[in-house]
Design a protein around this ligand. Structure first.
Ligand code: GDP
Length: 362
């Protein structure tokens, strides 16, 4: 499954955040026999639609989609050269599908900063520089081989790849990640996939703010601008750790007292899921109301295959209704009568929030 690596300098609140994430673990409830590594947290993607579905169908339980976070220790200056836990750091991050940088904004004289002061932009650049240098190393190593292959085989794909790699090298040399710079440089990142470049992965940012900064819209706008086109999430890691211990109602009260509607962890799960290029479709019945994970652009048979490979193999058709139409109709039977349930075939591209029943041959 796809995962998001959590990285950041020491003392920025990574562990505090990650511990809160793992306490939010839904895996234990729904997959009691799964074993996971201590540095992996699987969290539910909050989806209020599931409660509504459970109401309509009288479902006994709710199973949300999940998103996997990996706590990646060891980023220090010089990581790309193997300093500190550098090599392990790079290997771990290579295995993830997106990079979540935790950036310290909170000021606390009792918590030292590795570089002596709290400067979000400098920290973002420190981390990006390590990742960029690692990618440049990968490229320098690969380029002679790729050039030779393109020359000897004289194939157009090989030449296009060499071209793309050289353009990527220029972007990185200029101090820009491929995630941020590939578009403007006209690089097709899918071409570069075999190189497993770190900065080609999608990025998202968590800004760990002081409590009184949480509602500071001007600060938020400034930080968002620093990291665009990546998404930014604003939270206070210590408060997230407290929220997770509270009953839902009290947690909401505490959030609202700070001008927030949703916990940082919930936002992180939602935005992380989206950053991975994933979306959900929904199923519901007396047993459970459930969100299933598919990549954006998945077809109906591919979606069926997520439930069971037999469903994909024997796919006949899908009965689909949008969540909104279903709620408006009030029940599946009423929706059918109103002609709101569509019959879709094997070329149908799933939309987020489709409520589905598959028909298949066994
Ligand atoms: P890591 O090294 O990035 O994993 O950072 P930790 O999560 O271990 O946090 C380092 C220290 O900063 C700990 O003493 C935390 O309690 C503290 N800390 C984490 N988040 C916050 C925060 O939002 N505000 C303040 N004041 N301290 C925090």
């Amino acid at each position: 499954s796809l995962s998001i690596g959590i990285v950041g300098l020491p003392n920025v609140g990574k562990s505090t955040l990650f511990n809160a994430l793992t306490k939010n673990d839904v895996l234990a409830a729904n997959y009691p026999f799964a074993t996971i590594e201590p540095n992996v947290g699987v969290v539910g993607v909050p989806d209020p639609r599931l409660e509504k579905l459970a109401e309509i169908f009288g479902s006994a339980k709710i199973v949300p989609a999940t998103v996997e976070f990996v706590d990646i220790a060891g980023i220090v200056r010089g990581a790309y050269e193997g300093q500190g836990l550098g090599n392990k750091f790079l290997a771990n991050i290579r295995e993830t599908n997106a990079i979540c940088q935790v950036i310290r904004v909170f000021r606390d004289p009792d918590v030292t900063h590795v570089d002596g002061s709290v400067e979000p932009l400098r920290d973002i650049e420190t981390i990006n520089t390590e990742l960029i240098l690692a990618d440049l190393q990968t490229i320098e190593k690969a380029l002679p081989r790729l050039e030779k292959e393109a020359r000897t085989k004289k194939d157009r794909d090989g030449l296009a790849l060499v071209d793309a790699v050289k353009t990527a090298q220029k972007v990185l040399d200029g101090g820009t990640t491929l995630f941020a710079g590939a578009g403007a440089a006209g690089i097709d990142l899918t071409l570069l996939r075999e190189l497993q470049l770190l900065t080609a992965k999608p990025f998202l940012y968590v800004f760990n703010l002081d409590e009184d900064e949480l509602a500071d819209q001007e600060l938020r706008a400034r930080m968002s601008e620093l990291v665009a086109p990546a998404e930014a999430i604003f939270l206070n890691a210590k408060i997230e750790a407290e929220l997770i211990e509270l009953p839902d109602e009290e947690a909401l009260e505490l959030l609202q007292s700070m001008g927030q509607q949703e916990s940082g962890l919930s936002q992180l799960a939602r935005v992380g899921f989206d950053t991975l290029g994933l979306q959900t479709f929904l199923t519901a019945g007396p047993k459970e109301a459930r969100a299933w994970t598919i990549r954006k652009g998945a077809t109906a048979p591919e979606a069926a295959g997520v439930i069971h490979s037999d469903f994909q193999r024997g796919f006949i058709k899908a009965e689909v209704i949008s969540f909104e139409d279903l709620v408006e109709a009030g029940s599946m039977a009423a929706a059918r009568t109103a002609g709101k349930v569509r019959i879709e075939g094997k070329d149908y591209v799933m939309r987020d929030g489709d409520v589905v029943e598959f028909r298949f041959n066994v």
